[in-house]
Ligand binder design. Structure first.
Ligand SMILES: [Zn+2]
Length: 261
């Protein structure tokens, strides 16, 4: 039986670019169909029937028609615009980063409902005003889990021994997590990891997100955990996401404005 010509789906717009005179090509994440490319025809014309409602990172209800190269968007309804998330630059920059991670790790037309729900939850949290760095770490940790590359933070990646509180640890992304002090590991690239940072990494794996939001973490430890997760994902994904440069720039600017003169 041929696939039905028309279908409806929820979708989050991961990215979009202008195409031809008035069209736009969208990369969408959907719960049932995974990542798909679709075209919104005539969307950039003022009188477009679909309207300007295909903003990146909004959750939409779409009607689509199967097309030869791209599916064609025929109707759009906005379910969650997440305006608050969009209103703050750091939170918007974080949303771009999380969206890019989903885009980069998902193949087209591979069902990925868990990734869809994870991204949606992260956007909800950003929209309620949860600290973007907490949302980002929580998302990174769970995304790694979904991709089957959960970082090891309980046992030494080399000897399998349970890590103890009074030893020195090293963070070894190529080996998949933490290395104990007894194992030599490769000679170069021995990034030390503090006990506090190790505890926070464990918390991101175990605690639910509401509890994480309330956790007290020193800024230096937060930065250490961020560096550790970035190094881990850069290794697992093979390169750093482009949107990180944008996010770093906004945050540096904000720190500069916030600092007393
Ligand atoms: Zn060991």
């Amino acid at each position: 039986m041929p696939a039905p010509r028309r279908y409806a789906t929820d979708a989050i717009v991961l990215s979009r670019f202008d195409y031809g005179e008035a069209d736009r090509i969208l990369t969408l994440l959907t719960p049932g169909g995974g990542k798909i490319k679709a075209i919104a025809k005539g969307i950039r014309r003022q009188k477009s029937r679909i309207g300007g409602s295909l903003e990146p990172f909004a959750e939409l209800r779409l009607a689509l028609a199967h097309g030869r190269t791209f599916d064609v968007v025929t109707q759009v309804e906005v379910i969650h615009p997440w305006l608050r998330m969009r209103d703050d630059l750091v939170s918007f920059g974080t949303a771009s980063y999380l969206g890019e991670l989903a885009d980069r790790t998902q193949e087209e037309r591979h069902a990925g409902e868990s990734i869809y729900l994870l991204l949606k939850r992260a956007f909800e949290l950003l929209d309620t005003g949860m600290a973007p760095t907490r949302v980002a770490r929580w998302y990174e940790m769970h995304l790694a889990d979904e991709l089957g590359v959960r970082p090891e933070v309980d046992r030494c990646v080399e000897c399998g021994r349970l890590l103890e509180a009074d030893e020195r640890y090293r963070w070894m992304p190529p080996l998949g997590g933490v290395l104990c002090e007894r194992c030599p590991g490769p000679p170069q690239d021995r990034t030390p990891l503090s006990l506090e940072a190790l505890k926070v990494l464990k918390a991101y794996q175990r605690m639910d997100v509401e509890a994480l939001a309330a956790l007290r973490i020193r800024p230096a430890v937060e930065a250490e955990v961020e560096g550790a997760m970035r190094a881990f994902l850069a290794y697992s994904l093979d390169r750093s996401p482009r949107s990180l440069a944008f996010l770093d720039e906004i945050r540096a600017e904000r720190r500069a404005t916030a600092a007393p003169a």
